[in-house]
Design a protein around this ligand. Structure first.
Ligand SMILES: Nc1ncnc2c1ncn2[C@@H]1O[C@H](COP(=O)(O)OP(=O)(O)O)[C@@H](O)[C@H]1O
Ligand SMILES: [Mg+2]
Length: 293
């Protein structure tokens, strides 16, 4: 069996853990990045890896690590390439459909909301005047997010009308879409549930010094066991977006419990530092079983 790992850096911590886990389970691993690929239309192979390798024949499965920040061209091309490989029969984790839903915070929350999963009130617009109206409607305390973003980068909290006006106008001028969300008073912590298949294999509470609880922003992970309601919610959310591996972010507040996002290519270094379960091995075992089935 041979599994591909799409990663910009095979030496990165998570990719290293995954490589080791597959090797331990007797599976050959091939690491490469999108720039190593060439797609063809109207002649074969449809996707070739450097060295004249027909990717869909060469691999039994492909695991996608962070698809990366990129230009619109790059992101579209990358997802489309995954779609073509998937259509050619290659088993991909996560499926390209799930990735394209999750990387887009607007699309992801819309789908979650339509299936009854609680998400914060959110307004998305290209009009700075409409954004200002929404700012008031959402209680003059909002979280402003890039639609495509991760690790808490570029996310800001605005609670001043004049600051909001200035920022909305500036972002509009630079062609950003304005994505505003009601602030959920969560008390400087949130929950990350790590889903593999139909199980939450590990979970942590992320304790921060500010409202931003990403581990990459300095929050401290603490292992927790989820309640059955939290587990059920995390599984339903991951399943709704079609993820077989997912990092589900849950905010708890006195007003209720909300899903803020589903990460379709979740890192697990912080989680692993407090978890008894070997996360990389769980991912590897899941993929191997799926291929065997
Ligand atoms: N609506 C919100 N209310 C309060 N805090 C939020 C809200 N949305 C996000 N946050 C905080 O910001 C962090 C990053 O937001 P998130 O939507 O998960 O984006 P990212 O992809 O950057 O992780 C969350 O982990 C949470 O701590
Ligand atoms: Mg997050």
């Amino acid at each position: 069996m041979r599994v591909g790992i799409l990663t910009r850096n095979p030496e990165a911590w998570c990719s290293t853990q995954l490589r080791k886990a597959f090797a331990k389970l007797g599976v050959e691993v091939d690491c490469f990045w999108f720039t190593d690929l060439v797609s063809r239309i109207s002649f074969d192979p449809i996707v070739e890896k450097r060295g004249k390798v027909d990717l869909s024949r060469h691999l039994d499965a492909l695991l996608v690590r962070p698809i990366g920040r990129g230009s619109l061209d790059e992101v579209l091309y990358r997802v489309d390439t995954l779609h073509r490989l998937s259509e050619a029969g290659l088993y991909i984790v996560n499926p390209p459909r799930a990735i394209e839903r999750c990387v887009d915070k607007y699309y992801a929350l819309s789908i979650l909301n339509s299936t009854g999963i609680p998400v914060p009130k959110t307004v998305v617009t290209e009009d700075p005047e409409a954004a200002l109206e929404a700012f008031v409607e959402l209680g003059e305390d909002v979280i402003l997010k890039p639609i495509f973003g991760s690790r808490g980068m570029g996310i800001t909290r605005i609670s001043d009308y004049e600051v909001a006006r200035r920022i909305f106008n500036l972002l509009h001028y630079h062609h950003f879409v304005l994505y505003l969300q009601e602030y959920i008073p969560h008390g400087k912590s949130d929950i990350r549930a790590f889903v593999i298949g139909d199980k939450v294999v590990a979970a942590m509470c992320r304790k921060a010094r500010s409202w931003k609880t990403n581990v990459s922003q300095g929050a401290k992970p603490v292992a927790i066991t989820l309640s059955s309601e939290q587990t059920e919610l995390a599984l339903k959310a991951a399943d709704t977006l079609g993820c077989s591996v997912a990092g589900v972010d849950i905010l708890e507040s006195k007003n209720g419990r909300y899903i803020t996002e589903i990460n379709s290519q979740p890192g697990f270094r912080g989680l692993q530092s407090v978890s008894q379960v070997n996360v990389a091995e769980e991912i590897a075992k899941y993929i191997i079983n799926k291929v065997k089935m």
